[in-house]
Design a protein around this ligand. Sequence first.
Ligand code: TRP
Length: 460
Amino acid sequence: MAKRLKQHAIWGRGSFILAATGSAVGLGNIWKFPYITGENGGAAFVLLYLVCVALVGIPIMMAEIMIGRKGRANPVTAMSNISSDIGSTRLWSIIGWMGVLAGFFILSYYSVIAGWTLDYLVAAIEGKFGGLNGESSNELFNTLLADQSRLVQWHTAFISMTALVLMFGVTKGLENAIRFMMPTLFILLLILLGYAFTTGEIMTSARFMFSFNIEDLSWNSALLALGHAFFTLSIGMGAIMAYGAYMPSTASIGKTVITVAVLDVLVGLLTGVAIFAFVFATPGIEPSSGPGLMFVTLPVAFGSMPMGTFLGIAFFGMVVLAAWSSTMSLLEPGVAYLHERFGFHRISASLLVAGAAWLLGLGSVLSFNQWSEQELLWGMNFYSCLDFFTTNLLLPSGGLLTAIFVGWIMKRELSAHEMQQDHPRLLAVWRWVLRYVSPIAVLAIIINLFFPIATRLVAD
Ligand code: TRP
């Protein structure tokens, strides 16, 4: 008989939506999305990404929440209990394991980059953006990247902030934090958007983001769109599964997931539009594509705009909140696992997992200076490797296994029972997509990615 845990905390109805949205909205939306859209054909890429969200992201997210809520435990225990309850092999708990591991890997580098946003928030408060031009802004960013001790300091600060919230537990820590952070984040976004309107460049910006350049699309863009759909929705690694364990039984999973996905996509699109509006309103700078957009181009815009200091603080404050609510969900599966499975106190569990991720993160810190040219695999350094394998391999395969487990191994009645608040027709569509469409799409894309790499290796 599977080991049962004592029932743990359940959140209020709105808290789950806020927490899942907090997990979803992060650096992925604000930092990555605008520049990969720019590089991969604008609207053509957005369309591809929306298809991935609808056909793969939403169904898998529903499956994850269903498992978490049914299991009422951390991803490893939930998967192990459910699989043994339905008479299947407990090996399925590998889904939970991969999740805990992927979360840990992602947290290690995510916290380093989130650390830069803290540094920029402080710079904004100190008024350091005033009078920046392209060159001096570039220099500001490169000085930060070259300064190992400053990078370590911010990485330490960020991971500590994350661990601190989790130490207080599921209700006092996570739920309370999220109820304050998310409304603040939305208010900041509204302020920024409102201001972006007054620059008069909203239309130029929208045209730039949504111009349809089909010729820039490639197989690689399809992989990017899928990987990004997983990354931005926080699925494929049990983060949402872990949160699902705290979702009230009376809430509808389908409606919740659609709300979260819509909010997540909207935040990505709206921040993109606001960012490019600021950039277009600043004479003399180009909408640089690439990772420098947020840390190099945008500060120049803030530095030359009326109320720029205030806007810079609002913007980087928003990014810090978005990243923080995301790292919380990356840490939670590991912490819940140690707490529930081995009886660790949440304080020691948080310190242990965060400490280990901190250590691994030092490799990413070095990847931006000393090791930046150090090729680990296929031309990628330590950080790029971690990012590439977690986003493009671990998350999609975690999602694929989840889709197979829920679509093919679990009986329909069982999942239908957990989802009785949802309309039967919606459930039928969901199950069909989860059985046939999501796994095939994920497989096709993974094979297309790794097949060329494999042939290249053979050719070498
Ligand atoms: N979704 C977050 C972002 O867009 C990152 C994130 C948080 C994440 N938790 C996750 C990604 C779990 C994958 C899996 O920035």
